[in-house]
Design a protein around this ligand. Structure first.
Ligand SMILES: [Zn+2]
Length: 388
């Protein structure tokens, strides 16, 4: 029989090296779902694939010519394709946008309009009026295409990533702003495609009992990354934990949920789970969400959401018996929030130092197995098992 460490290694290699990037809707994502479902199935769990429609977004590159010179550009994720040429109009503020005529023109947005990623238009959980106003104005003015000039020089920050937005969008690095400000005409080609597809959450259930403890991790990645820390590590944690649980008896059911869509613009897997399983919040004792564990040179952290004091004390007690596990302040982003918003006591498990990797490593090719410490994942499995 394989050790927990060997199992985790096997799962990580399959997910991150053999399969690689596994964005929701892609064939690779289906392969990851199939792999995980088979692991649960072989352990004797009851496995349900909760399907939902989505798109498989293909990106075959982009080109941008400014006043006859080719410059670096990338298609914004989920963008429609385009092949357009025209006069460019540079817009810095919402007032610039409101007063602009963008008919048959290409809009370049920068400054205030690009200070942060704009929430997708149908994303209802959190969507500031300021974002909605920019999107509404852009739709009304309907330019041929939009080029977003992101602030950071090296890593283009995605400003619009929205499969429900019908104007083609591209992203360029911040140091190109002057080129645009001094130019008149551009040609933009985006070789992208939105292909209707289907994806699925994997829900595996073990044991019997009126109530359940839930463990979740998202199985999808951004299209641009093997997603080792985010979140092959979380999936490997759950698959290895399932192996420990199999054959044992518990006074409650155990549910393993692999969500498909945490890194997809409209979190479709989470939405179908919320409207089905989470419409019975009384069935949950608590829910642990694992995202980004086993980071080299980092402790494992946990944080509480809507947890009763008794549960917090119990978990603090388990953590106190282990090294390298610490409590951090709550952070209101990620799949633990879907439980908390339904009133289910939730615990988020992640690497304490993950926040330092947000812009430079996560969602890039650098999030590979080289940044993973498998012993940290073994420890996470032991911690979660101890909490049961
Ligand atoms: Zn994640």
């Amino acid at each position: 029989m394989k050790s927990t460490k060997e199992l985790i290694n096997q799962h990580l290699i399959e997910l991150c090296d053999v399969i690689g990037a596994r964005p929701t809707g892609s064939e690779e994502n289906k392969a990851a779902v199939h792999y995980a479902a088979e692991v649960f199935d072989k352990l004797g769990f009851e496995v349900a694939l909760q399907e939902f429609p989505c798109m498989d977004w293909k990106n075959e590159g982009a080109s941008l010519i400014v006043d006859g010179e080719e410059v670096e550009v990338s298609a914004a994720e989920y963008s429609l394709p385009c092949d357009v040429s025209g006069e460019l109009v540079c817009l810095e503020t919402i007032d610039d946008l409101k007063s602009a005529d963008l008919h048959n023109k290409i809009a370049v947005i920068y400054g205030e309009l690009c200070k942060e990623p704009l929430m997708p238009k149908n994303f209802t959980f959190w969507n500031p009026e300021e974002h909605k106003e920019i999107i509404r104005q852009l739709e009304e003015k309907n330019p041929l295409a939009i080029i977003a000039v992101s602030f950071l020089a090296d890593v283009p920050v995605p400003i619009i990533q929205d499969g429900d937005f019908e104007i083609p969008c591209a992203t360029v690095k911040g140091d190109l702003l002057n080129t645009f400000l001094n130019s008149k005409d551009v040609s933009l080609k985006l070789h992208t495609e939105r292909i209707p597809s289907v994806a699925a959450n994997v829900i595996a259930t073990y044991g019997a009992g009126a109530q359940k403890i839930s463990f979740s991790a998202h199985i999808d990645t951004k299209p641009t990354t093997p997603g080792a820390l985010d979140n092959g590590s979380g999936v490997a944690t759950l698959l290895a934990l399932a192996e420990k649980v199999a054959g044992k008896e518990f006074p409650y059911r155990i549910e393993f949920s692999l969500f498909n869509g945490e890194d997809y613009y409209s979190i479709p897997g989470e939405v179908v789970y919320m409207s089905s399983y989470l419409s019975h919040p009384e069935e949950y004792i608590c829910a642990f969400n694992v995202d980004g564990v086993g980071m080299k040179d980092s402790n494992i952290s946990y944080s509480f959401y809507e947890c009763p004091e008794e549960l917090e004390k119990k978990i603090d007690g388990f953590a106190a018996d282990m090294s390298d596990i610490e409590k951090i302040d709550p952070w209101p982003m990620g799949d633990h929030m879907i439980y908390a918003s339904a009133g289910v006591p939730a615990i988020a498990i992640t690497a304490t130092n993950i926040f330092s990797l947000m812009e430079s490593v996560l969602h890039t090719s650098a999030d590979s197995l080289t940044i993973i410490d498998v012993d940290g994942i073994v420890k996470t499995v032991d911690f979660l098992y101890g909490c049961m």
